[in-house]
Design a protein around this ligand. Structure first.
Ligand SMILES: [Zn+2]
Length: 292
């Protein structure tokens, strides 16, 4: 018997994994100014044609003044209107490091899988429109530092630009939470307790993990990570970074793991199950923030 019913499909970790695979096949190398970067942009645009047709897709292009020259960068913002005033933002960077352009670095965990996670969240939000606050997905550019040595003034270009823009146009005051997804697709996923995140959002993440049965996947390690949430934190927005910086077997030189920012950050290190856990956490976070 066929009868119309509301879709009850969950966020699909397998679909997020397949999207990661496709994104990596189309745009394995995504540093600023490269042909692969343009392909990554097109992949994101193609995924959200339905939202673009409704006027809910925005490309925020700007010129970044980097130590190696002026480069165009683009943030993409996909909007799912809700029923009450206020916005929940979920962001991921999609580019790869300029300084890793000469090795075969693809950033499967670092940029690709979280972009795919957001695309699958988009699929979910299409069939489950927000009943509370609006949800905006942000694919931000220029998160990574230009040089190997991290410098705050030579990284986070996209989110610094967006935080300043949204401060000027008044959007910032409407943001209830700005959440970041970064490096949360690895097989041994454990989301860090990030000290730069807002305490009530960390508390809520603990509740979200409990409610979804994922408590064993969070807070094994405590860190304070400079990531895309920082420009918003500096402007007083409640922020939460879902990040797992431990990646691969630790070595003396790399106690956080040997895969981060190396050619070993590849698809085979990820799992659909970890993407399922991360997706479940974001969807439960949306529900809990709505109720607050
Ligand atoms: Zn990185």
């Amino acid at each position: 018997m066929i009868h119309a019913q509301k879709s009850t499909a969950k966020f699909n970790g397998d679909a997020a994994y397949r999207l990661t695979e496709q994104f990596l096949a189309v745009a394995p190398h995504r540093w600023m100014g490269s042909p692969g970067h343009a392909k990554a942009e097109q992949f994101i645009r193609d995924h959200f044609k339905e939202e673009a047709a409704k006027g809910h897709f925005e490309a925020d292009t700007f010129t970044a003044n980097t130590p190696v020259g002026m480069y165009p960068m683009t943030n993409f913002i996909v909007k799912y209107p809700g029923k009450k005033d206020g916005i929940i933002v979920i962001a991921s960077h999609y580019e790869t490091n300029y300084w890793l352009r000469n090795i075969n670095f693809v950033g499967a965990n670092d940029g690709a899988c979280t972009s795919a996670l957001l695309m699958e969240l988009g699929n979910y939000l299409r069939t489950h429109p927000p009943q509370g606050y609006s949800v905006w997905l942000v694919f931000d550019d220029g998160e990574e530092s230009i040089n190997e040595q991290w410098s705050d003034s030579e990284a986070l270009y996209g989110t610094r630009h967006l935080a300043a823009k949204w401060s000027q146009d008044g959007t910032l005051g409407n943001i209830k939470a700005f959440m970041v997804a970064d490096m949360i697709g690895a097989k041994d996923l454990n989301v860090n307790r990030d000290d730069f995140s807002t305490p009530w959002l960390l508390d809520l993440l603990k509740t979200a993990a409990k409610n979804t049965g994922h408590s064993s996947y969070i807070f094994k390690n405590e860190t304070a990570v400079t990531d895309d949430h920082i420009p918003f934190r500096k402007r007083g927005v409640p922020v939460l970074d879902l990040v797992d910086i431990t990646y691969g077997p630790p070595t003396e030189q790399r106690p956080e793991g040997s895969y981060h920012h190396t050619a070993m950050d590849t698809l085979d290190k990820l799992s659909p199950h970890s993407l399922q856990v991360s997706g479940d956490l974001f969807i439960e976070m949306i529900r809990l923030i709505d109720q607050r």
